[in-house]
Design a protein around this ligand. Structure first.
Ligand code: AKG
Length: 277
């Protein structure tokens, strides 16, 4: 297995590795270690079937069932389909970590490119560890005791389009919300990272709405600085595996009228994470 880092703070390309079948524990451990180091790993020319993609994700822990908004691939309830085109325009061009409205954010996500536009449709990831380390130390001290609420965020849009406020309220009730420390710590490495994202983080607890808005806007702008990012040009069969704890991603929506199809499987919990007790 060959691992080539792509920036000083995030992202590595992994080659000379076969991701099909049940992986040897040593290989899964090695991939997990590289993921802890680089936060997102890219694998070229994989072309996994839906079952192989599910099996690959399962090597790292239990996988999530169907998503509350996006459809699943028929016969594969854990493989979410992101099929964007002029009739279903892209909606992921905003920085987010997956499922942070849950008490425990999702561990990892696996995404495979299926149909890729001739140009455009890249995805970016940002290192929230690097963001933390670059913040002024005084501000870091102020953030130390603060938590923020994460909820449905932009998924309100689809819910409202389908059934107005009633549907938004229903989805809110079923999906819920969660409060996370703004400075969180990675459960495996212990490294501190900034845990707010512009899609799902809606309020800093203990602050007025305007104060909360100003602080979150500052942090969202900071996360958006290019020195914290890696950018992936997809090809059909490319796979990205990322750790949601300490990274965010942004899918650039610059390719219409072309179609873009991606398959995603989420690993809910990290089997290699030390238990809290
Ligand atoms: O389509 C992409 O590149 C990223 C999709 C996304 O935002 C997600 O899986 O959460």
């Amino acid at each position: 297995m060959l691992v080539t880092p792509l920036t000083p703070v995030i992202g590595a390309e992994v080659s000379a590795v076969d991701l099909t079948g049940v992986l040897k524990p040593e290989l899964t451990d090695a991939l997990h270690q590289e993921l802890m180091k680089h936060h997102v790993l890219f694998f070229r020319e994989q072309n996994l079937t839906a079952q192989e993609l599910t099996d690959f994700a399962t090597n790292f822990g239990p996988i999530a069932g169907p998503h509350h908004t996006y459809p699943a691939l028929p016969g594969h309830p854990s493989v979410m389909v992101l099929d964007t085109n002029p009739d279903n325009p892209p909606d992921s061009a905003e920085w987010h970590s997956d499922l942070t409205f849950q008490p425990s954010s999702a561990f990892a996500s696996v995404l495979q490119g299926v149909i890729i536009p001739p140009v455009g449709g890249d995805t970016l990831w940002s290192s929230l560890f690097a963001v933390h380390d670059a913040l002024p130390s005084g501000l870091r001290r102020d953030l130390e005791d603060l938590s923020a609420v994460h909820d449905l965020g932009s998924f309100r849009n689809q819910a409202f389009a389908e059934g107005g406020s009633e549907k938004v309220d229903q989805l809110m009730a079923s999906v819920g919300s969660a409060a996370h420390p703004i400075i969180d710590h990675h459960p495996v490495t212990g490294r501190p990272f900034i845990n707010v994202n512009e899609t799902f983080t809606i309020h800093v607890l203990g602050m007025s709405r305007p104060e909360s808005h100003r602080l979150l806007t500052f942090l969202f702008d900071f996360i958006n600085r290019p020195q914290f990012h890696v950018r992936l040009r997809w090809h059909p069969g490319t796979i990205a595996l990322w750790d949601n704890r300490g990274s965010q991603h942004y899918a650039v929506d610059d390719y219409l009228p072309h179609r873009r199809v991606m398959h995603r499987v989420v690993v809910t919990a990290d089997q290699r994470q030390p238990s809290k007790s």
